[in-house]
Design a protein around this ligand. Sequence first.
Ligand SMILES: [Ca+2]
Ligand SMILES: [Ca+2]
Length: 447
Amino acid sequence: MKHMKLKVLSFLVLFIMIGPSLHVTTLNSNAATLKSLGSGVMLQSFYWDVPLDWYTQVTPKLSEISAAGFDNIWLPPPSKTMNGRYSMGYDPYDYYDLGEYNQKGSIPTRFGTKQDLLTLISTAKSYGLHVTADIVMNHNSGGQSEWNPNTNSYTYTDFSGVASGKFLRGYNDFHPSTYEAYDEGTFGGFPDLAHANPYVRSQFLDWGLWLRDTIGFTDWRFDYVKGYHSWMVKDWMNTVGGYGVGEYWDTNKATLQNWLSGAGWTASVFDFPLYYALRDMSEGNGYYNMADLATAGLISTNPLNTATFVANHDTNEIFTMKEMAYAFILLSEGYPTVFWRDYFDWGFKSAINNLISLRQGYAGGTTSTLYSDGDLYIMQRNGYGSQPGLILMMNDGNTWKGEWVHTKWTDQLLTDGTGRANSEWVDSNGWVEIWAPPQSYTVWIPS
Ligand SMILES: [Ca+2]
Ligand SMILES: [Ca+2]
C-alpha cells in the first residue's frame, strides 16, 4: 500500500517536471493573447552602448523576431538615469520617467521617448511577443546632496526633486536606514536602497504594477540580485506576476539554489555556472573535458528555474565553438536567451534559426546522457507530447569522431538536422553509430 502511494507520487512528480517548460506566475491577464512563455526562446534585445533611440531600431525587427520563434524580448532598464542619454540604464534616477520629462539632459532616455517604448511594446504584443523589463532595485544615482543624520555626513540621497513626482526618496530609504543598516551587497559607490523600509518595498511593488498595467511590460529581469534580499523578488513576483529571472553573478550552484529558495521559487536565475563551463570549452582548444557538460549547469538540477545564455551585454568571452555553445543551450532544458549581436550582427542568425526550429519540433522531455568522454558529449532529449526527442552530439576534438549510442528508437532512420553528417539507421536493438565534425556538433532527428 505504502509502495503504491509512492509510485503514484513519483508519477505525479515526473509529470510536473516535464509538463511545463518553466515557471510563470499567472497574474497578468494580457499574457493570454501572447505566445506561451517557453514555447520559444528569449532575445536579449540590446547590447552595451547601443545607438541612441534604440527602441526605434528594435521595433521594425519585431515581425522577423517573432517569426524566428522567439517568444520574449528583454529590453534595457527603462527609467531616466543620472547620466541620461549617455547611460545604459543601470543608474536609475526617476523610476517613473521612461523618456517623458526634461531632466538629466534630455526628455528621452538613451533608448528613446516613452512613446517610442509604448510603440515598441504594442508592436511586440501584436506579434505575440512577451516584453521583459530590466529591473534595477539595488541602487540609485543622481540624487542631490543632503544632510544624513544616519551617517552624520552629506550623502547624495535626496531624490525628492524627480520630475515625475513619484517614488520620492530620501536618506532613510537608503542604507544605513533606521530600518536596516545594510543588506546583501552594494554596487559601486551608489546609494543602496533599503527594501526593509516598508515605503521602499511598497513603492517598488506599485511601480511594478504600473510597468505592467500602464506601460505593458509582461516579464522581468532583475539586475544585480546579489545586492539585496531575495524576498524582494518574491514579493514582486507574487504581486506583479509573469516570468522573472535574476542576475545572480556566481558560479556556485548551491548559492543560486539558495537564492531561488529565498525567492520562494517564484523566479528563475541565469545559469552563470553553465556560461563559464561553455567558456572553458570555447577556450580549451580541445582540452576541455566534455563529460563535465552533463552536470556543469544549474539546468542539470533545476531546469524549470534556469535561464541559459552564452553572451550578454556584460560578458562576451565565447568565440571559438560559439555556435556549438548555442546548440547546447537551445537544445537543452531551461529557458535559453540569445544575444542580439550574435543574432543580428555576428553571423549566427541562420544557425540559431535552425536550432530554434529543432528545439520547437523535437527537443521535448527529460535529458539522458548517452555517451561522454573528454572530447564528446552526446545527450538525448527523450521526447514529450508532439516533440519526439533528438540527440545532440558535441565534439571539441580536432578530428571527426563517431560513436555507438543506445537510443530511444529502434529500426529508425536518423538524419542530422545540421546537414553535416550522413543519415544513419538505428538497429533493432536501439544502437546507432553517429558522427560529428571537429569542434562542431550534429543533431539527430527521426525522419
Ligand atoms: Ca544592496
Ligand atoms: Ca576535450
